[in-house]
Ligand binder design. Structure first.
Ligand code: NAD
Length: 478
């Protein structure tokens, strides 16, 4: 298949953005936009310096370095037609485990004007009840006491900014591209709390010299499995060690609050606005919440791919009813956005055969996702006496998924929940179903006090165990 090469020479590009978390999403979304933009000669200072902080990033770092940081991105069309791009927007790549000082020096460099982040929802170290930064965390305490030897994203950014200030290298923007409510405000809260606890002078400098725009990001990007690598390379004809694939839909809405300048991203389809709240509410409440809603029941039914689950009429009706009946009353349409069309497109996007997203990816880290995607609207539903039948079922399915780790077909599986606390683990192990409602993920409200919700949920817990997810779901969608 034809591969679209990038329209610029790498050697003419300079890094103006430092990105932390060079995962699949960054490489399919932000790097894609920058790749298009760098074709404009006047934008050549907006290349990306990638930074990985975790030991588990070793493989992607080695693979990208082995191919000059180039990789292919396959954009999978809903019409079955794919397009393959060669992406060269990442100019440099640092792995903090190997060379922490290089990361700090780069944050301090005057040419870097923006730090972007995709460090996952759980990466912001926030309390799930208060949304406050958890200063008591062991790794945070270690970083607070050892500014020169950071290991967390907070320690690295604090020390890098300290060096930057001392060198007089000027202000900088920190742009979160994670799926969080008010991700800019949330990032500001997390970083400034850490920095204020470590160094009051630096905190003052940050207040005057760092901005944190809110942003809404959207493009479904599955994890690339070894089988995907073979499949993608066969189509592209390129022996790529780190290919990425994603859907054809893409959206990026950003608050225009860049203290040290920004790329002309509007030239490549990014929307700038003074308030992204309505966009992020729409996306988190409809797309991300529906993803979570379908993930646990579908997985337990035996599906492993989202597009397969979306061939199941019961799952589709369950998602549609959730969007139309449960969520739409709480989602004002953003300016210029047709909500009915957005919901219709979502069903199409989930069913996209060539994306074939992994349900296990959606199930990953539910403990960090529920507070952001589901709880804000569930609280409103309970307050408004809406019937929470579908959400009660989702939470009963989540309990079953975590507790039994065996699906309706009798197949065992492993869960991936990096942020479960010891208390969460004991609540999952408990045989009293209502104990599960005290999980840290649900603590923004007292679910146990919502009598109708508890009644539905406990019935679903018992029905899922005795009849299986399929039968229970069928009864719900009827
Ligand atoms: P991924 O697993 O491919 O990459 C995750 C990256 O985050 C890795 O580079 C990892 O090192 C880094 N990371 C994780 N925890 C960290 C921590 N505590 N500190 C520093 N770095 C950390 O996942 P992905 O698909 O790239 O998704 C990452 C995030 O992007 C999501 O959690 C979500 O917030 C956002 N996002 C993803 C999608 C998608 O479809 N994949 C869509 C919209 C938004």
């Amino acid at each position: 298949m034809n591969v679209e090469n990038y329209g610029y020479e790498r050697k003419t590009v300079q890094s103006g953005i430092l990105h932390i978390g060079v995962g699949n999403f960054h490489r399919a979304h932000q790097a894609f936009y920058n790749n298009q933009l760098l074709a404009d000669k006047d934008q050549c200072k907006w290349g990306i310096c990638g930074v990985c902080l975790l030991p588990s990033d070793e493989k992607v770092v080695n693979n990208l370095r082995a191919q000059n940081l180039d990789y292919t991105l396959t954009v999978c069309g809903r019409n079955g037609e794919d397009q393959i791009y060669q992406i060269g927007a990442i100019q440099e790549l640092f792995w903090a485990v190997e060379n922490p000082q290089a990361v700090l020096d780069k944050i301090a460099e005057s040419a870097i004007k923006i730090i972007t982040l995709t460090i996952t929802e759980g990466g912001y170290n926030l309390d799930k009840i208060t949304n406050k930064f958890i200063l008591e965390d062991e790794k945070i305490q270690q970083d607070l006491k050892n500014p020169g030897h950071p290991t967390t994203v907070f320690g690295f950014i604090a020390q890098g900014l300290r060096q930057r200030r001392d060198l007089g290298n000027g202000s900088i923007t920190i742009l979160s591209c994670d799926n969080l409510q008010h991700n800019g405000n949330t990032a500001k809260n997390a970083f400034t709390t850490f920095i204020a606890a470590q160094d009051k002078d630096l905190a003052e400098w940050v207040e005057a010299n760092v901005t944190f725009p809110n942003s809404m990001v959207d493009r479904i990007t599955p994890a690339t499995t070894p089988e995907d690598v073979q499949r993608l390379n066969k189509r592209s004809g390129i022996a790529d060690l780190a290919p990425v694939y994603c859907e054809d839909f893409t959206q990026w809405v950003i608050e225009d609050n860049f203290i040290a300048g920004r790329p002309a991203w509007e030239r490549v389809g990014v929307a700038f606005t003074n308030d992204v709240t309505a966009f992020e509410n729409m996306k988190l409440s409809l797309l991300n919440a529906s993803h979570l809603l379908l993930s646990y029941p579908s997985f337990l039914k035996g599906y492993r791919k989202v597009d397969d689950a979306m061939q199941d009429e019961d799952i589709v009706k369950y998602v549609r009813d959730f969007m139309n009946i449960d969520i739409t009353p709480h989602v004002p349409a953003p300016e210029g956005q047709d909500l009915a069309e957005y919901k219709r497109t979502l069903i199409e996007r989930f069913a996209n055969r060539s994306v074939s997203d992994q349900i296990s990816r959606l199930c990953f880290d539910g403990i960090s996702k529920f507070p952001v995607y589901v709880m804000p609207n569930l609280v409103k539903m309970i307050q408004d006496s809406q019937n929470p039948v579908r959400v009660a079922f989702m939470i009963a399915a989540y309990r079953y998924y975590l507790k039994y780790q065996i699906d309706d077909q009798g197949l065992p599986y492993q869960i991936a929940e990096p942020w479960l606390s010891p208390e969460d683990k004991s609540l999952i192990a408990s045989n009293e179903p209502t104990d599960f409602l005290g999980l840290s993920a649900f603590k923004s409200t007292n679910l146990k006090a919502a009598a109708h919700f508890v009644e539905l949920y406990t019935q679903f817990v018992s029905d899922i165990k005795s009849k299986g997810v399929e039968t229970v779901l069928k009864a719900i969608v009827r």
